[in-house]
Design a protein around this ligand. Sequence first.
Ligand SMILES: NC(=O)c1ccc[n+]([C@@H]2O[C@H](COP(=O)([O-])OP(=O)(O)OC[C@H]3O[C@@H](n4cnc5c(N)ncnc54)[C@H](O)[C@@H]3O)[C@@H](O)[C@H]2O)c1
Length: 253
Amino acid sequence: MTSPIAAVTGAGSGIGAAIARELARRGHRVVVTDVDVDAATRVAEEIDGVALGLDVTDPVACDEVVHEIFERFGTLDVWVSNAGISKMQRFLDVSPGDLARTFEVNTYGVFYAGQSVAREMVARGIRGCIVNTASMAAKQGRVPFLSDYVASKFAVLGLTQAMAFELAEHGIRVNSVCPGFVATPMQERELAWEASLRGMEPGAVRQLWINDTPMKRLETPEDVARVVGFLVSEDAAFVTGEAISVNGGAFMD
Ligand SMILES: NC(=O)c1ccc[n+]([C@@H]2O[C@H](COP(=O)([O-])OP(=O)(O)OC[C@H]3O[C@@H](n4cnc5c(N)ncnc54)[C@H](O)[C@@H]3O)[C@@H](O)[C@H]2O)c1
């Protein structure tokens, strides 16, 4: 039997890289995509995958990457829209440019890539899976200094449901995963921002996040990746339109 083909965006770092590794471990051939091609290449080399540059804010590039995957492999079974950005600042200080950039990557990127993938899956009769990386901040706005990010990630949950609803008749499942405080390069940047905005040391902010997590540790990228592995597996064959929290209890809904 040939391996199923999976592609992950923003997979050169953090959670996306862990998802790429987990899907490879579960027997997928993985296409590692990122706007940072060198980072994607490093991850792809580890897992005998394929690296492709992709800026998810460019709908034409999304189409091209999806077509290239079909040309190389003849199929595409799993797509994970994981690329995302954050910049911490007070709501009062967010500029129109910063707001637009956050939405371009976190929301439009998921929309564009989802369209490119779903169009091909529908046209070819592929009963595939799509997972969107949202956030704990997609379910609650009680998050400091991330108002634009919160808005962009709430939108991802609505989009996930709308995609799941329309694509169900084609046998395509669409779900979101909602991580909490995950130790990645994004988190390192947020630690520095939040420390400076609160006038605290980064270590003290890290401890606040741990205190806020009933399971009393920071989340690992692998914690998220294993749940994505479940969502794209046959074990989740009747799960669609869901937003699965993976946060050690930091937010329960
Ligand atoms: N780290 C956390 O605590 C946390 C919590 C909840 C949700 N998330 C979400 O998880 C996802 C991954 O975050 P991470 O912590 O691994 O971040 P990260 O910064 O470590 O990795 C993000 C990757 O996305 C890539 N990227 C950025 N802009 C892109 C674009 N326009 N097109 C394609 N790739 C692009 C970057 O090059 C990078 O490799 C994001 O959607 C983030 O919002 C993270």
